[in-house]
Design a protein around this ligand. Sequence first.
Ligand SMILES: C[S@@+](CC[C@H](N)C(=O)[O-])C[C@H]1O[C@@H](n2cnc3c(N)ncnc32)[C@H](O)[C@@H]1O
Length: 493
Amino acid sequence: MILATQKKRIEYGDFQTPQELAQKICRKLVEHGINPEIIIEPTCGVGAFVEAAAHAFPNARKIIGLEINPDYLGHLRNRLVQFPDNDRINLINGDFFKFNWKELSRNLKGTILIVGNFPWVTNSQQGSIGGDNLPDKTNFQNHSGFDAMTGKSNFDISEWMLIKTAEQFHDQNTYIAMLCKTTVARKFLKYLYAHKLGFSKTGLFSIDAKKYFGASVEACLLICKFDATANNYDYDIYENLDSKNPYRVGHRKGVTIRDLESFERLAHLYGNGTHKWRSGIKHDCSEVMELQKVGNNLVNGLGEIVDLENTFLFPLLKGSDIANNRTTDINRFSLVTQKIVGEPTHFIRHLAPKTWRYLEKHSSYLDKRKSKIYKDSPRFSIFGVGSYTFTPWKIAICGLYNNLDFRLIGKRDGKPVVFDDTVYFLSFDNEEEANRIHELLMSPIAQDFLSSLIFWDEKRPIKTSILNSLNLDQMQGKQILKLFEKKSKKYKA
Ligand SMILES: C[S@@+](CC[C@H](N)C(=O)[O-])C[C@H]1O[C@@H](n2cnc3c(N)ncnc32)[C@H](O)[C@@H]1O
């Protein structure tokens, strides 16, 4: 059971910044030439940044700290006597989501620095503990472009807070310096790009979240200046707070590019070709749908020995098999109950009676699958199937691993190999074409192009959108042209 104190810590994303880190960050801001007249710490906690900023920015006229937890503010108030010029510090006990930011921003004149560390929590974590430290539902659901930006039901609270901050302060002379997950910083900058809210002097400085917060997540200090005159949305990535050698990230063609230099060199390869990357099979029920050969027996995920017809069984490679190149001996199988999405399944009863009885016997597992997609679908439905599932040749890669090792996979025992839904693949009827495309994908040019678009710190760094953006037709055309040039040179000689 989760303790009340733990629940509160999760709900309020409560990871107080160590004083040493807050000081280091404020020194960094001074080094950057940031000299604010007004400082706002919008979720100030026990005040690490209020204290560090009071020391680092003697010229600031006003320091405002907002915090929801009155005990934290009490603690901070007791310490105020130790801070320089503490009469400029104004502490407010309030809720970020209810606070009137519009009125505050309207009344502020001069250079503003918004500094701090927003809560580290997602709305679905909040949901799982019954927390309600969230923006008003109608507020975030109707939020301009928010859905489009997150595109998902799960989002970081800090992402929402950053966007709110941008909305209120983007037309003022404002800097943001915020500790956050690196993925959140990136999404926020993408939001600014998508909404043409200009920024300049922007960078992400990696920080060691394990060391400072005991958190196993990629995190950074985001420094960003709102700048309506800026017309470029590139920013720099630094390895750490002290690094002086950044590399450049930017947005081109609506996409965030991790390595602008490589991308621009290979931009002619960008675009959709005729080959389309697909995801492996989704069934959300590996206990029943995936089986393993143990000796002469087939065993399901529940440890039961199972006797099924071969009709609906297909050799299965999982993401980890693909990533670790365990593709020669396949001893797993997947039940593939449909040939296309939505196909009726009742005929399995006649075609393969043992399989039908097995599915019925385990229907309690299949019928309780949570995802909405199964609700109005035929019983025992799966997703991620189509004619591409049954082609003899495939090129596969796992989306969860940090490498671009594409595997060429042919049929096994006369049957096409299928994959789980962590795998992306291209399908081919023809071995020769599969070989040719595999060679292209493993070439330094393709690898550099794809790598320029991949953020390796993400949970699923390789995505179909990225794979599909490499125009293999364009690459093939170039290759054929080269061959032709070589041949004609030979001929002329
Ligand atoms: C990650 S901690 C950071 C605290 C402080 N900014 C720092 O850097 O040490 C997040 C803080 O946000 C506060 N907080 C969470 N939800 C809030 C809300 N809705 N309004 C204001 N403060 C909130 C928490 O109480 C906590 O002190």
